[in-house]
Design a protein around this ligand. Structure first.
Ligand code: BGC
Length: 751
């Protein structure tokens, strides 16, 4: 990477400078200095005492290099700011040669020699790409997910990065939103378990180790509540919904020691993330005691003008900093306006100092003052990226993330002596689509596609690939050619779904069916009558109602990452048993959205068939296509009802036992799921909420007892007087195979 790359002209979007509607200036002038020790280390305090205002503000400036493009703006002059010592961090940059060159400028050629933060979006791997986060969540395997982030963090650190914009913790119940791919699905509790595992993986045991990176959870607080499933739209919800649905994953990562929060683009209760003092200061710092840094999302400080909550850029800078935003990612507000605002006293020096102190403390915790080049070692970089052990971990997690949605007549697994196999469809052999939407430094040429995976596991078979057009359509001739190949095959795999660009940021969809007319291709090929399995590539739940009616077998592969095609191929021929379960509900149609397992009760529950004056549709069932927690295996499992003590004293452990039997003919791994419900409470409680799960591997005919534990805090909810509490009284515990296939038991909690 050459220096020319960073010497980019200073241009900034007209859009960000347009005056918004006139609004009164932000009211709050309170100083935001909570949870920064009054004095940090002597080194940090000494630096702070010697810094000019411009140098201090510089620590709050984060600019993108053009190495990767993750937003709409061109990059201002990075080099000039860097050389003046007025730049705290650079993002979208990686590799040792390039980051060292930048770090050398910061450390050796600026007045105070303060090292840089290097940030990057490492959402599902850095160079070794793992399944998309939603797919990883389907594994329900916290150790494997933590392991994946350890590897992702190690690879990122080996490439010079010390800060990752991950994990993404947005709970969402709207699959139209493309960013559902980046999160852990619809359960706030599962989101917290997975979020904490991811943070532990990235940050390791010591943050200053050369293979650790600081995690930055995002997008705080209710980005997942975007209206209509469109990116960047407002989150209109109550304080209870915020507390109970959107914030729990974030809170769980504070307990896990996360070092950074990214404020959301969108507004909660009319106030955008970066200006939301309620979220950033009252909740995050005062209530939760978070001592780390808060960074804005890309250009979000200037977007306060477009939101209409400040009149101009200057006011945006002042309001964001005072609300609790420490660093502006990609923008001009802090760097251009804060020096003057501080000098004239509009922004108190104490507010600036608190933010700078937090940034310097993070740099110190990362070991950057003592070892600014610790993560910059070419030999380590070469030996770490895409290392064999990393590929193996990616393969294993991809295998665990696959969800078998349908398997009529036990078409799968295919016999391993199959001689001719046809792989038909637009996703059969596409490397970039195998990696998925936020593939960081993943190289498409590294990816094993479905076709390549089948060739690898069936070396003696003829594997014929027909892409039959693209995701959006196939011509009659292309379909005829696909049918001709299907006729000659022993078994057929239909590779259908979304392109990776149809999921992720800025990839909302209003239709959740298979894109284009893929169903026409599927129908023609299914009509041939060969044993046919559909493999789906997708970043969100799809409304697959027709495919589910017509295809005998369906395997959900999400976007499975570097080794994805091999994981799928091994599963199709039974070398791997599918064990993934859906971390999100699949609707039958878009009109049912939002549809999720932990919805509130109603005075008139829907009935089946629908009766008038109930919470039903005239023209659609209220049932999902596939419920949360659903997934089949190649074997079958039977679950006993749950057993537990009828009376439990608060503070005592709550143990719930379930017997699970493998009633089929193949070994397999069951996932026992546990849900709770409080039948009577101060406010109506969700019909069921996931609170536990446990895998159990069983040989055919084998039975094992699984004991799951609950804590009183798992039963708590947000009370009207503004606090979390657990009521004494009756609770229902439900256990079983998925959220729609449960048996229950009641107990009484005594205080
Ligand atoms: C996204 C963030 C990301 C940032 C930097 C934004 O557009 O919302 O998730 O971290 O870009 O790439």
């Amino acid at each position: 990477m050459t220096a020319a790359l960073v010497a980019v002209a200073l241009t900034f979007p007209a859009q960000a400078q347009m005056p918004g509607p006139q609004q009164p200036p932000a009211a709050s002038a309170q100083v935001n200095v909570q949870n920064v020790p009054e004095r940090a280390s002597a080194r940090v305090e000494d630096l702070l005492a010697r810094m000019t205002i411009a140098e201090k503000v510089g620590q709050l400036v984060l600019l993108s290099s053009n190495r990767a493009v993750t937003g709409p703006y061109t990059t201002p002059d990075v080099t000039g700011s860097l050389e003046r010592g007025e730049l705290g961090g650079i993002f979208n940059t990686y590799d040792v040669a390039f980051t060292r060159q930048l770090q050398e400028t910061a450390v050796k050629r600026t007045r105070l020699g303060i090292p840089l933060l290097f940030g990057f979006d490492v959402l599902h791997g850095h160079r070794t790409i793992f399944p998309i986060p939603l797919g990883q969540a389907a594994s329900f395997d916290l150790a494997a997910i933590e392991g994946a982030e350890r590897i992702a963090g190690r690879e990122a650190a080996a490439a010079g990065i010390n800060w990752v914009y991950a994990p993404m913790l947005d709970v969402t119940r709207d699959p139209r939103w493309g960013r559902i791919a980046e999160g852990a699905g619809e359960s706030p509790w599962l989101g917290g378990q997975i979020g904490a595992a991811r943070v532990r993986g990235f940050q390791g045991e010591r943050l200053d180790a050369d293979d650790s990176v600081a995690a930055c959870v995002k997008h705080f607080g209710a980005n997942g509540a975007v209206e209509s499933g469109r990116d960047y739209t407002a989150g209109s919800l109550s304080e209870r919904a915020l507390r109970e649905t959107y914030l729990p994953p974030f809170k769980a990562t504070v307990a896990a020691g996360v070092r950074c929060f990214m404020a959301a683009f969108n507004s909660f209760d009319g106030v955008p993330g970066v200006a939301n003092r309620h979220l950033l200061t009252d909740i995050l710092r005062k209530e939760w005691g978070f001592p780390g840094i808060v960074v804005s999302d890309f250009g979000a400080v200037e977007e306060l003008v477009t939101h209409g909550v400040v009149a101009d850029r200057e006011e945006a800078a002042s309001r964001a900093l005072k609300a609790g935003t420490d660093i502006e990612m990609q923008g001009e507000a802090f760097r251009r306006d804060l020096p003057r605002l501080v000098a004239e006293g509009t922004v108190p020096m104490a507010v600036l100092d608190a933010a700078v102190r937090r940034v310097l403390m993070l740099k110190e915790a990362l070991g950057l003052f003592d070892k600014p080049f610790g993560r910059m070692d070419e030999a380590r970089e070469r030996g770490t990226l895409f290392a064999p052990a990393h590929r193996q971990a990616s393969l294993e997690l991809a295998e665990k993330s696959l969800v078998l949605l349908k398997n009529d007549r036990r078409i799968l697994p295919f016999p391993s002596d199959v001689r001719r196999i046809a792989v038909i469809g637009p996703l059969a052999d596409d490397r970039a689509d195998t990696l998925g939407p936020w593939a960081a430094n993943g190289q498409p040429e590294d990816a094993i596609t479905l076709a390549a995976g089948l060739r690898q596991v069936l070396p003696k078979a003829v594997v014929e690939v027909v892409s039959a057009g693209g995701v959006n359509g196939s011509s009659p001739e292309e379909r005829a050619a696909a049918v001709a190949v299907a006729r000659t095959a022993d078994v057929v795999v239909l590779a259908l779904g979304e392109k990776s660009t149809q999921s992720g940021e800025a990839a909302s969809r209003a239709d959740l069916g298979l894109p284009g007319d893929q169903m026409a291709l599927a129908r023609d090929v299914l009509a041939v009558g060969k044993p046919t399995a559909a493999v789906l590539f997708h970043g969100r739940p799809l409304a697959l109602t027709s495919l589910v009616e017509e295809a005998p077998a369906i395997l959900s592969a999400w976007f499975p990452g570097s080794m994805g095609g091999l994981a799928i191929a091994r599963t199709l021929i039974g070398e791997n048993e599918p064990r993934g379960r859906l971390p999100v509900t699949f609707p039958r149609s878009v009109g049912q959205i939002p549809l999720y397992h932990d919805h509130l009760r109603t005075g008139r529950p829907p009935t089946n068939p629908p009766r008038p004056y109930t919470a039903s549709y005239l023209d659609e069932s209220t049932d999902p296509l596939f419920p949360f927690g659903y997934g089949l295996s190649y074997t079958d499992f039977a679950f006993s009802p749950p057993r537990m003590a009828p009376i439990v004293k608060s503070g005592e452990p709550i143990a719930v036992a379930v017997d699970v039997t493998n009633t089929g003919r193949r070994p397999g791994t069951a996932l026992v799921q546990l849900y709770i419900n409080q039948p009577v409470a101060e406010a109506s409680r969700p019909v069921k909420e996931l609170r536990g799960f446990h895998h159990v591997a069983l040989e055919p005919g084998e039975t094992r007892t699984v004991t799951l534990s609950l804590k009183a805090e798992d039963l708590a909810y947000w009370h009207a007087d503004g606090r979390w509490a657990t009521d004494a009284g009756r609770f229902r515990v439900m256990t079983g195979a998925n959220s729609a296939d449960l048996q229950d038991v009641e107990f009484t909690l005594q205080h």
